[in-house]
Design a protein around this ligand. Sequence first.
Ligand code: SF4
Length: 164
Amino acid sequence: MDPNLRIAIQTIYQKVDEAVKQAGPKCEASGRCCRFAEYGHTLFLSQLEAEYLLASAPPFSSVDPAVCPFQVESLCTAREPRPLGCRVYFCDPNYQEEGQRISEQGIRELKALADEHGLAWRYAPLHVFLKEHREQFVSQENASADQNPPVSNQPHKIPLPMAT
Ligand code: SF4
């Protein structure tokens, strides 16, 4: 990812984090909101954010839409690159209106950034981007294996990501 684009995304996220801090929503840190099916919602993010997230997040093995693969023992393992939706979402009923406002402002700024860099605006659920990323990874591995076939007769191993 273009380093300037990366910095611009981080700047937008910092403003969002500051606005959320000012609003002060309550959080019990149960981690339920990252278990999407259990909580009954879907995490949407922009292509721009997905590229930033997947460039920095740890390897993942699941693309199940029911959960976020970056949640481990109720904690986020992709905290620094986590998308806008993760930063603004809190279940505190007193925060919902302000949370919506912060979210809309953040999306406007991300969209303006995509326009500025001539990037198409695409907004989709997390698991859609995870699947595409995994397919791209596997196809790159296959292309590389075709060009450099293993010299031994040991099976070729693809370390990550793995199918569920
Ligand atoms: S990226 Fe982190 S905060 Fe966002 S849904 Fe996944 S585990 Fe939760």
